[in-house]
Design a protein around this ligand. Sequence first.
Ligand code: NAI
Length: 332
Amino acid sequence: MKITFFSTQPYDKIAFNKCNESFGFEFEFYETHLGPHIVNVIENTDAVCVFVNDKVNVEVIKTLAAKGVTTIALRCAGFNNVDLESAKANGINVCRVPAYSPEAVAEHAVAMILTLNRKTHKAYNRVREQNFSLNGLLGFNLYQKTIGVIGTGNIGKAFCKIMLGFSCRVIAFDLIANKDLEAMGVEFLPLMDVLKQSDIVSLHCPLMEQTHHIINKETIAVMKKNVMLINTSRGGLIDTKAVIDALKSKQIGYLGIDVYEQEEKLFFRDLSANIIEDDTIQRLMSFPNVLVTAHQAFFTEEALNQIANTTLTNIQEFSQQKSLTNKAAQLV
Ligand code: NAI
């Protein structure tokens, strides 16, 4: 059975090849994104394995079906880049890795908070230049600050637990309140109340029609002046233009983003010798109080191994029985 990978990075090959020792699939790796421009190269493939920025739209899915592909396996949790209805209509199975290491993403969100707050990225450079002054490095205690969490699924829950460990007041908005978190002291409130009361807002809900630009001019306006906003979820949750305006007016005092609405043209590549044409990301990166990482929140050894194992298990189960043991992994 053959699996064709898109958006492959060297670390993907290492993790999947190692894991495949106990599966025995045939692999073909492409570095390019899957999209209409490349889908025709696929031959004699049972499954395609894709990542966050592959474009699996109606056109691509129709070609996949015509070429006999039976499974689209996402090696990530989010699935906003796959047209599920079209996959269903074309009889293609779709699976994902619902929870490979929620702690990896939650811990990265916390790393962003601590970096923005205590400015360790600046201190590192300063000290290397023998500049031992503290001017400009002033932070604030996280102790007893109010942290607002939007979305308390696997990652949001792991994030809440860490922030409770800092003795923060943790308040949250989700469509369904999580009883375990409530028992630990997390208060579930309406979205606007969470935004109004939080010193730090961290986004952990999926990107869907209802959550697209959940952070916009109106929702930013209700937030505390100088709020810290963290997004490790999906770029489309934030109206970037509104956020830039709020950074200029100092309504947002700190921004940490691991995801960006137009990231597919930038992230996961070395563009250090290129001219970046995206003026929005350039503007964002020019603020001293903005930290951008290139979709690396998931990137731990544990997570990569788990991703490879779950993805190959999903594909194997689909090929054998057409329904998955890990129910949350099955999208179509
Ligand atoms: P999950 O499915 O376990 O949790 C999502 C939560 O969001 C659920 O509790 C759900 O009820 C809630 N939700 C749905 N609609 C909502 C709304 N309108 N308002 C508030 N909450 C809402 O997902 P998980 O594993 O926690 O992942 C969350 C997101 O993190 C993923 O969708 C993905 O986009 C992103 N992610 C980012 C990674 C990175 O490397 N930066 C890696 C993995 C995931």
